[in-house]
Design a protein around this ligand. Structure first.
Ligand code: NI
Length: 249
């Protein structure tokens, strides 16, 4: 079930059988010459939708803009400050907790968000402990990256070897091609992008990685590969999500 496609009565009914919710969180940032700018939001959104169907779980609207300062040297990239993203996550959790949700499963699509997600969890738990707001039941927050699922990395290794890369990876580009075949860009790359060598800021990023990719060769991506990543991720995350709900209350 997707929250934005439900009525309030349907949400009320859902809450009688489950208090869990999946929250996709991503980024809006350049992904090289054939990667969509929405890649890091699209991937967790699509996997979350499948996970929601498999686990009969509610899926919140995607938090689509994240921590992407280092991509601002490329047109179209957008960024929230860490403090802003923490505020968005905090207010989202508090809103949903007010209705009775108490198991929050953030499904992340962007490595650059991880530190801030953990900081947001610390802020929210601090709010509760310091009694800035009163949660009637214990709140549990967790996060997974869509690619964490058992088998996803192995599949990337098998299909692409070292060409998978670190940014604008073959696997994430494949997943967006599966989700949005009408938006596939036909671009020929001559070679793998420069390997990761560090990043200071946006200008430095563009100097080191001129077309936006890091270490990848996503001309290898296909929608069929994307289907395999999707199915592997959903299958594994369904187990992880159900285990999370079963933890002690
Ligand atoms: Ni990405």
């Amino acid at each position: 079930m997707q929250l934005h496609l439900s009525t309030w009565q349907e949400v009320e009914t859902y809450l009688k059988r489950s208090t869990g919710i999946i929250l996709p969180i991503g980024s809006t940032e350049q992904h090289g010459p054939n990667g969509l700018i929405g890649t890091d939001a699209i991937c967790p959104e699509v996997v979350a939708k499948g996970l929601g169907e498999a686990a009969d779980a509610m899926v919140a609207p995607t938090i689509s803009v994240g921590i992407a300062q280092h991509h601002l040297g490329f047109s179209g990239s957008m960024c929230l400050r860490p403090s802003t993203l923490i505020a968005v996550m905090r207010d989202s959790v508090i809103s949903l907790a007010k209705h009775g949700f108490d198991r929050f499963f953030f499904l992340n699509g962007h490595g650059g968000n991880i530190a801030t997600i953990h900081a947001a969890f610390a802020e929210i738990y601090s709010d509760i402990s310091l009694e800035a707001w009163d949660s009637k039941r214990p709140i549990r927050l967790t996060s997974r990256n869509w690619w964490d699922g058992k088998g996803v990395r192995e599949l990337g290794k098998k299909l692409y070897g070292d060409d998978e890369g670190d940014h604008a990876t073959c696997s994430e580009v494949s997943l967006t091609q599966y989700a949005y075949p009408e938006s596939i860009k036909n671009v020929n790359f001559e070679s793998r992008a420069p390997a990761y060598s560090g990043i200071y800021d946006a200008d430095d990023y563009r100097r080191r990685y001129p077309d936006g990719r890091i270490g990848s060769l996503p001309s290898l991506s296909t929608p069929e590969h994307g289907r395999q990543f999707y199915e592997t991720a959903v299958e594994n995350l369904t187990v992880v999500y159900n285990d999370f709900l079963k933890e002690d209350r």
